[in-house]
Design a protein around this ligand. Structure first.
Ligand code: E4P
Length: 219
C-alpha cells in the first residue's frame, strides 16, 4: 500500500517528502483554505509548489457543483502539473464529469465516497482511484473500514482496475487496517505520519544505547 500525504501545508509536505515514504499528495478545498488559499490562482500556485516537491500524483479538487463546471475545471487542472489527479465528488453531476474527463485520459480521484454503490458507479465511469472516507463514517457511528474492505472485495471479484484510496484517516491504526483490508493507497495527515514513526520502546532503546555509550567514555 502506497502512502500519500493529505495536506496543503508546504512545510509538512517538505518534511514528509524527506522521509522518502510519500508517493503522492491529496488536497481539498478545506485543506487549501486552512493554508489561506481562497481562489483558483492561489490553489494553482500551491499545487505547482507541491508538485515540485513530490514526484507522484497530486490530487486537486474541483469546486463546481454542476458537471459542465467540473469538466471545465478538470481540464484546466490537468494542465497545471505533470501528474494531476482531478478530485470529483461522488454525485450525480460528478459521475457525468468523471466519465467525460476519464474518456479524455484525465486521471480522476473520486472523492467523498461513502458507499460501495458509489464506488461501483465511479469504476464504471472511469475513476483512476476511489476515496472512501473512513473517519467521517466512524463519526456517524458506521464502521468506515468495512467500506474499504467491501470495495476492495467487489473490485477483486470483477477485476476492476480502479484503485482504492483510503481517506479521512484519523490515526495510525486506521492506516494499518486499511493496509490489511487491501487498500492500494492511504492518504494520511502529517500528524498521522508522525504517529506511525513513534514507538516508546524505540525511544527507550535509543536512550539506553546512548547512556551505555556515554558511560564507556564516548561523549
Ligand atoms: C481525501 O482526499 C480528503 O482530503 C481527506 O482525507 C478528508 O479527510 P477529513 O475527513 O479528515 O477531512
Amino acid at each position: 500500500m502506497k502512502l500519500f500525504l493529505d495536506t496543503a501545508n508546504i512545510q509538512e509536505i517538505r518534511d514528509g517528502a524527506r522521509m522518502g515514504v510519500i508517493s503522492g499528495v491529496t488536497t481539498n478545498p478545506s485543506l487549501a483554505a486552512s493554508q489561506g488559499i481562497g481562489d483558483a490562482e492561489g490553489y494553482k500556485t500551491a499545487v505547482r509548489e507541491i508538485s515540485d516537491i513530490v514526484d507522484g500524483p497530486i490530487s486537486v479538487e474541483v469546486t463546481s457543483l454542476d458537471a459542465a463546471g467540473m469538466v471545465a475545471e478538470g481540464r484546466d487542472i490537468a494542465t497545471w502539473i505533470p501528474n494531476p489527479w482531478v478530485k470529483i465528488p461522488s454525485t450525480l453531476e460528478g459521475f457525468e464529469a468523471i466519465s467525460t474527463l476519464a474518456s479524455e485520459g484525465i486521471k480522476i480521484n473520486q472523492t467523498l465516497c461513502f458507499s460501495a454503490s458509489q464506488a461501483l458507479l465511479g469504476a464504471q465511469a472511469g475513476s483512476t482511484a476511489v476515496s472512501p472516507f473512513i473517519g467521517r463514517l466512524d463519526d456517524i457511528g458506521q464502521e468506515g473500514m468495512d467500506l474499504v474492505s467491501e470495495i476492495v472485495d467487489i473490485y477483486k471479484i470483477h477485476d476492476i482496475k480502479t484503485q482504492v484510496l483510503a481517506a479521512s484517516i484519523r490515526h495510525s491504526l486506521h492506516c494499518l487496517m486499511a493496509a490489511k483490508a487491501g487498500a492500494h493507497i492511504a492518504t494520511v495527515p502529517y500528524k498521522v505520519l508522525l504517529q506511525m514513526v513513534q514507538h516508546p520502546l524505540t525511544d527507550a532503546g535509543m536512550a539506553k544505547f546512548m547512556e551505555d555509550w556515554n558511560k564507556a567514555g564516548n561523549n
